[in-house]
Design a protein around this ligand. Structure first.
Ligand code: S3P
Length: 419
């Protein structure tokens, strides 16, 4: 392990295409594996997280080939999955672990799922309990867990946590069963699963916060994955961290359940123009940001961007308060503790709550700070951007975390820097 020290940069300029959407890529691979036949996924994200999903699907008998920038999936369908010979390694990916539980619990196979040190600590009961209520045989409460063959039945499940992963796991299990399963979420969360299922011919009905699936019908599909707004958000934030910036982020997925970050920044006075289509460009010019409070359903919608919004609090006129975000403590690391720790190192005034944090504006951050990424890809990207603002550093080991979602992050940021 060595120290990487960064020089101050004075703004970013130009255009960038972010990596493909992680949530959509996981779902595209999984739905394609469930269908009998050949699916083609264009522009998927091939990062550590999505490769963990792909390897798991291969382990249950699905054929995967690569063609230019596409992945081709040939499958005999979910009814023909076979028991993997080894444990399935979900790595660092909560989405892989939770969605696979829903996918594999009704499949009549035996499979053990495991993950890295961080994933072994993350809550899995939120998925396991409703699956057990549908008859699943799952032993363990956290990874490693074992799935055994069980005759599952449909059910009406009311979710306790606002989580797209939990919702997706239940819908993936429910759609394999002959009768209708319903899942009601406490708050609307990202809806990629519901939007993508019909593209694969799956019958799904949505009424308010409840989705209904069942019947086992699914067909192969060809689709293109748009850019990931959570990765784009890092580069958008860079424009406000450095000032003196103007960038265009191209081909970003603009599903309204994922755009809260942009909506929040605009409500703080950010100069951001965006396409109104579901996928398009975002044009960002640095400007003053008022800051403000994020709470309630806004915290759920912006969940992956909340640490970034906390960091942006330093660059606002009035600071940022984040509440109703206890879920942040159960991500790849405890993201509330991580942000409190790193922002305080800079000399910022930060208050920690059980369910969030408050960050005051900071005029001059301390230089020479060694940030701690806690093995978390999103915290690592934020730290690198702050280090490049106030001549700080990170441990070289932290760079490995970027492979989880945005392997080319440093190259892209450095390409945009004003030289
Ligand atoms: C994801 C849902 C979110 C998010 C994660 C990806 C998904 O987690 O934090 O990065 O693809 O469904 P929760 O659904 O647990 O909030």
């Amino acid at each position: 392990m060595s120290l990487i020290a960064y020089k101050r940069i004075n703004g970013i300029r130009g255009s960038v295409t972010p990596p493909a959407d992680k949530s959509i890529t996981h779902r595209a691979f999984i739905l394609a594996a469930m269908a009998h036949g050949r699916s083609k996924i264009h522009n998927p994200l091939l990062s550590l997280d999505t490769q963990a999903t792909l390897a798991a699907l291969q382990a249950v008998g699905v054929e995967v080939t690569f063609e230019n920038r596409s992945v081709i999936i040939n499958s005999n369908g979910f009814a023909r999955f076979r028991s993997p010979q080894k444990d399935i390694d979900c790595g660092n990916s909560g989405t892989t672990a939770r969605l696979l539980m829903g996918l594999l619990a009704p499949a009549g196979i035996t499979a053990r799922l495991d993950g890295d040190e961080s994933l072994r600590k993350r809550p899995m009961a939120r998925v396991i309990e409703p699956l057990r209520a549908m008859g699943a045989d799952i032993s363990g409460e956290k990874l490693p867990i074992k799935i055994s063959p069980a005759l599952m039945h449909s059910a009406d499940i009311v979710g306790k946590v606002a989580s797209a992963q939990v919702k997706s796991a239940i819908l993936l299990a429910g759609m394999q069963l002959p009768d209708v399963t319903s899942y009601t979420e406490p708050l609307l969360t990202r809806n990629h699963t519901e939007r993508m299922m019909p593209m694969f011919g799956v019958e799904i009905r949505k009424e308010g916060n409840t989705s209904y699936v069942g019947g086992g019908k699914i067909e192969p599909c060809e689709l293109t994955v748009p850019g990931d707004i959570s990765s784009a958000a890092m580069l958008i934030a860079a424009a406000y961290i450095y000032g003196n910036s103007e960038i265009t982020v191209r081909q970003v997925g603009l599903n309204p359940t994922r755009t809260a970050f942009i909506d929040i920044l605009k409500s703080w006075g950010a100069d951001i123009a965006r396409d109104s289509a579901l996928c398009g460009d975002i044009i960002v010019k640095s400007s003053a940001l008022s800051g403000g409070e994020i709470s309630g359903s806004m915290s759920a919608y912006a969940i992956d961007e909340l640490p970034l919004l906390a960091a942006l609090g330093l660059f606002t006129d009035n600071g940022v308060v984040i509440k109703d975000a206890a879920e942040l403590r159960h991500k790849e690391c405890d993201r509330i503790s991580a942000m409190v720790h790193n922002l305080r190192l800079l000399g910022a005034e930060v208050e920690e709550f059980d369910d969030g944090l408050a960050v005051s504006p900071l005029k001059d951050g301390k230089s020479g700070v060694l940030f701690d990424s806690m093995g978390d890809h999103r915290i690592a990207m934020i730290n690198i951007m702050l280090a490049k603002r106030w001549e700080g550093g990170i441990n070289s080991d932290d760079l490995a975390a970027l492979k989880v979602s945005f392997p080319t992050f440093i190259n892209e940021l450095e390409r945009l820097e004003i030289k």
